[in-house]
Design a protein around this ligand. Structure first.
Ligand SMILES: *Cc1c(COP(=O)(O)O)cnc(C)c1O
Length: 620
């Protein structure tokens, strides 16, 4: 059986018994923590590897429809006759969206993560999740025989051999779903309120429907004020406690990477790579690529104007692809070099003989925009592009996209931005900042695995390059673009597993949100900056230019100091730090990107302090 990647949430109902608590909102928008319970459910599903969520809504459907803006993997469909139909009708109308096995859930459920794990780890197809006694008041009892479901009813007297209570989370195979639909259409006329539980009962005799009983499951369906009270006081705290314990369960050894990428990833991203073998020329994989392309554009708000082109390469491959594809034959690119990555762009152009104007800045200094404009003026006839780094990872400077873009616009130039180590870590808006080409990779702030680079291209700028003289083959942007759009496939063999990891990483990014991730990173930077300062360290770059994603720290002059020695000591303790690179004074670098937390930074600072003391190193 292949992995389950789809979930269907039934959310059409009114929930009239709850009006006093949440006015006119649908039940899924009840809030016990910092987000509505439907969003808590979505987050759990994503962490369980689900990457397509179909919500069937009805009553006040716009609440659910709005979730699509926040979570691109959510689709909705409305049951127009929700007031007069049962849940099976809702499930049936989703038939054009469902093409695979799925998890079926109700929208008003609070449940612990283990509920999903139990079903997903169950080897059998078609499994209904049951719990022990809840005394909820409107339980659905399930009758069983051996391993299978016989019937379900709210009347315990209807049950011959009691197996447990229905939770409202089930694993349904596509095959069973089709049988349910075939049967349901014969019932709708007579039974207005035909529910999916009724349908499962009706099919129980002819189809094998299994159950999995978790006696002590923490869950509740919130139907009335009584349930709500119990949820707030007992169940919700219990769920949070248990879910936290699951997160803390050590699965893969965790290293805290303080090097600027590849960054620390979640276990769920790591596990997303363990998938069935699939030929990347299959439609299913094409859809995965297509959705990833769209979502990568969405991260920088380029919907409708920009296209993402992906390459199997490290980040530098994406830069090479861009520079060798978009500068016309008779034109020149101005490249700003205020760190090793700016220099790398210049080296690429040197290698390919692309005419360039080199604008060099001392490493550690910010770009002098007045000088930059003067240089542009001197070359304005020959220039077509300005290329620069957003977060210059060599030194930890954030170069100002908005200001450079404004200058570029003044002289009618396009801009090429290497946002390798800022994309998804700092909010970027390609439309607002008029960015023509933006390059990043899968293994930095988006928190996927190394092996994929991508160029987010303004569509008009990209199409302009169609007939440019070719300097490249594998890396041609336009050729890859046309291949994608024609065939919904990568032009050349993609790193399949890295794509699945990226899919998961993007979903987790949307769950954390743009602001949420930037805030987590910034909080780590604040603690790091203060901690290093308190230890006596000096910084390479003036504070106002700090990107807050990586900090370059001046090396102590004490003869007892030795970078490699310090690195090895900290590495033993689980922290990977990074050497400096060609700045005006010697530095080492600490980055704060990836799935790491303020506590990791605090622990790092403690270890560093201990190291300095043990080795009698005075910092300044
Ligand atoms: C990491 C990085 C790159 C690309 O490095 P690769 O090793 O090719 O992935 C390019 N530019 C910047 C600013 C970076 O931080």
């Amino acid at each position: 059986m292949s992995r389950i990647r789809c979930a269907v949430i039934l959310a059409a109902g009114i929930g009239s018994r709850l009006r006093t608590i949440h006015n006119d909102k649908p039940k899924g928008f009840l809030r016990l923590g910092d987000k509505p319970i439907i969003e808590e459910s979505i987050a759990r599903l994503v962490y369980a590897g689900i990457n397509k969520i179909i919500i069937v809504n009805g009553y006040q459907n716009h609440y659910y429809d709005e979730l699509k803006n926040k979570y691109p993997f959510v689709q909705t469909i409305k049951n127009e006759v929700y007031e007069t139909t049962g849940s099976m009708y809702s499930l049936w109308i989703a038939k054009n969206l469902i093409h695979e096995d799925f998890l079926l859930l109700e929208s008003d459920l609070l449940y612990e993560y283990n509920a999903l794990q139990t079903l997903l780890n169950d080897e059998r197809e078609n499994v209904i999740l049951l719990s022990g006694i809840t005394n909820a008041g409107d339980e659905v009892y399930v009758g069983v025989e051996e391993n299978q479901i016989v019937n379900m009813s709210k009347q315990i007297d209807d049950i011959k051999n009691y197996g447990g209570e229905l939770v409202g989370i089930s694993k349904i195979s596509f095959d069973l779903y089709m049988k349910m639909n075939d049967f349901a259409v014969t019932q709708f006329d007579e039974k207005k309120n035909y529910h999916y539980e009724d349908c499962l009962t009706d099919l129980a005799a002819s189809c094998k429907i299994n159950f999995n009983l978790v006696e002590d499951l923490a869950w509740i369906e919130i139907d009335d004020e009584q349930h709500h009270k119990r949820a707030v006081e007992v169940i919700y705290p219990l769920i949070n406690k248990r879910d936290k314990e699951i997160q803390l369960l050590k699965r893969v050894d965790r290293n805290v990477l303080l090097n600027p990428g590849p960054a620390t990833t979640t276990d769920t991203v790591k596990y997303a790579m363990v998938v069935e073998d699939i030929c990347p020329r299959e439609i299913e994989f094409g859809e995965l690529v297509e959705n990833i392309r769209q979502d990568l554009v969405k991260v920088v708000h380029g919907e409708g104007t920009h296209e993402a082109i992906l390459f199997a390469s490290s980040g530098t491959g994406g830069i090479e692809a861009c520079l060798t594809s978009v500068i016309p034959d008779n034109k020149t690119v101005l490249i700003i070099n205020n760190g090793a990555y700016g220099k790398r762009m210049q080296q690429i152009c040197d290698g390919f003989g692309i005419p360039q104007v080199k604008f060099d800045v001392t490493y550690g200094d910010a770009i002098d925009l007045i000088k930059l404009e003067e240089e542009i003026l001197r070359h304005k006839e020959e220039l077509s592009h300005i290329a620069f780094i957003h977060h210059e990872t060599t030194v930890g400077i954030l170069n100002p996209i908005d200001k450079i873009s404004a200058i570029a616009q003044k002289y009618n130039l396009e801009i090429i931005v290497d946002a390798m180590s800022s994309y998804a870590g700092i909010p970027i808006d390609v439309k607002k900042d008029n960015i023509h080409f933006l390059i990043s990779s899968a293994n930095k702030c988006i928190q996927g695995m190394a092996g994929l680079s991508f160029v987010i291209c303004n569509s008009e700028s990209l199409i302009k390059t169609a007939n440019y003289k070719r300097r490249n083959f594998y890396f041609n942007l336009f050729d890859n673009y046309t291949f994608f759009t024609k065939n919904k496939q990568m032009q050349f063999t993609p790193p399949v597993q890295i794509f699945y990891a990226l899919r998961q990483a993007i979903n987790e990014y949307f769950i954390e949100t743009e602001q949420g991730r930037a805030k987590r990173y910034e909080e780590m930077y604040d603690v790091l900056y203060k901690g290093m300062k308190d230890l006596g360290f000096k910084f390479l770059v003036e504070k106002e230019h700090h990107a807050k994603l990586l900090t370059a720290i001046v090396e102590p002059e004490d003869p007892n100091y030795n970078f490699n020695n310090m690195h090895d000591y900290l590495f033993e303790k689980g922290f990977t730090i990074y050497p400096g690179k060609g700045a005006k004074v010697n530095t080492f670098r600490i980055s704060n990107i990836g799935q790491i937390y303020v506590d990791d930074i605090r622990n790092f600072l403690n270890e560093l302090k201990e190291y300095l003391q043990k080795n009698k190193i005075t910092v300044n």
